[in-house]
Design a protein around this ligand. Structure first.
Ligand SMILES: C[S@@+](CC[C@H](N)C(=O)[O-])C[C@H]1O[C@@H](n2cnc3c(N)ncnc32)[C@H](O)[C@@H]1O
Ligand code: SF4
Length: 374
């Protein structure tokens, strides 16, 4: 059963809570950081038989992993199995030169920095504590610590944002020359205080999303980035000494590979099962202190569900999908209709036939995939 090559570790603690965020997070709780890191390592021991000895990727996400109390973070990173790519998420205000050096020493190969925006008025709407200068300083600390694979997260569709604001954000991000950029449409969950506060304006922003994405793709391509996934861009290999700078961890998700998730709220997908750990801290700590699996919800994953997911996610990539690998998940009539509309292209014959979204199809990718997948 030791076949899983991708590991996700969830570190939920944050210094504060941003109004728009719907991830499993906990504010503060400095006193719990050490026992949480120990619990994650106990969970790793319980699940280790699922993993290959050399992993391809590990992604330490949050929450704010770089907010974890220093000894707890160092101890955790040191105890993780070896992996070719080890990514950690960081909030700008937590990144000092000392932290950056520590991450490098701990074997981290890639840092994903949550910039979100470079406009003070938009950072304020998002409740962010980092100013644009703090974001830049964090980036330089990482570079000075010789990180050569840094990703920036930006959000667009923020209440009060204009196309000019978005262009300024893209310009500021590109000026830092990150290897990778993630551009997320703001998702505001109904019923939250954030949605209440910005209701009408969120509606206006939602209508502009497609135009925003066109702008994003246009600007980033001109700056030498490859639009390799709906929301993700990496420096073209030709500008990066031939390096493939895509997020290998996220590629594994998009290709429908198995992965193991550790920590509260973490999801795992292994063979014909998916489970999600309960998002509650105390029961997690208590179970693992006794070397028991934490409370979790398990669901069966029939092959047809995995196939549909593989098709849905695979179509987000800029590479053709082997038709045979998702056969049975697609609606043949819808495929022919979408081909006529020049939203999908089919190439090759029989066993070697592939499909991919056209450029136009990629801008409305979710709608196309929803129609295409039976
Ligand atoms: C799990 S968060 C952790 C990153 C880190 N804590 C931070 O805030 O910088 C990863 C990324 O998800 C994105 N994100 C979080 N909430 C979002 C939302 N409601 N809509 C769109 N993107 C969101 C942000 O760009 C964020 O950097
Ligand atoms: S710091 Fe990141 S994870 Fe924490 S609440 Fe804000 S967006 Fe969410």
């Amino acid at each position: 059963m030791s076949h899983v090559r991708h590991l996700y570790v969830h570190l939920p603690f944050c210094a504060y809570r941003c109004g728009y965020c719907d991830f499993v997070t906990l504010v503060g709780r400095r006193g719990d950081h050490g026992s949480y890191a120990a619990a994650v390592l106990s969970e790793l021991e319980l699940e280790r038989p699922l993993l290959t000895t050399e992993l391809e990727t590990i992604f330490v996400g949050g929450g704010t992993p770089t907010y974890l109390e220093r000894d707890a973070l160092t101890g955790l990173l040191a105890a993780l199995p070896p992996a070719s790519e080890l990514t950690i998420e960081a909030n700008p205000e937590t990144v000092t030169r000392e932290l950056a050096d520590g991450l490098r020493r701990a074997g981290v190969t890639r840092v994903s920095l949550g910039a979100q925006s470079f406009q003070p008025h938009l950072l304020e709407v998002l409740d962010r504590h980092a100013t644009p200068d703090i974001v830049r300083r964090a980036f330089y600390h990482l570079r000075d610590a010789s990180f050569d694979n840094i990703s920036l997260d930006l959000i667009y569709g923020i209440p009060g944002q204009s196309t000019a604001d978005l262009e300024r954000d893209l310009e500021a991000a590109v000026a830092l020359q990150p290897e990778h950029l993630s551009l997320y449409e703001l998702e505001a969950k109904p019923g939250t205080r954030f949605t209440h506060a910005h209701g009408e304006e969120l509606g206006r922003q939602a209508e502009a999303m497609e135009d925003y994405l066109e702008r994003v793709v246009d600007v980033l391509r001109s700056a030498g980035y490859r639009w390799y996934e709906t929301a993700n861009f990496c420096l073209e290999a030709s500008r990066a000494g031939g390096r493939d700078l895509r997020s290998l961890h996220n590629l594994a998700y998009w290709r429908g590979r198995d992965y193991l998730g550790l920590g509260i709220g973490a999801v795992s997908t292994v063979s014909d099962r998916r489970w999600q750990n309960a998002p509650r801290l105390r029961p997690y700590l208590e179970a693992l202190a006794e070397r028991r699996r934490p409370p979790r919800e398990v669901e069966p994953l029939p092959p047809e569900v995995r196939l549909r997911e593989r098709a849905m996610l695979g179509l987000r990539l800029d590479q053709p999908l082997l038709l045979a690998s998702v056969d049975g998940a697609l609606d043949g009539q819808a495929l022919r209709r979408l081909e006529r509309l020049a939203l999908v292209e089919r190439h090759g014959e029989d066993g070697g036939a592939t499909i991919e979204l056209t450029e136009r199809g990629r801008f409305v990718g979710d709608a196309v995939a929803a129609e295409l997948i039976a």
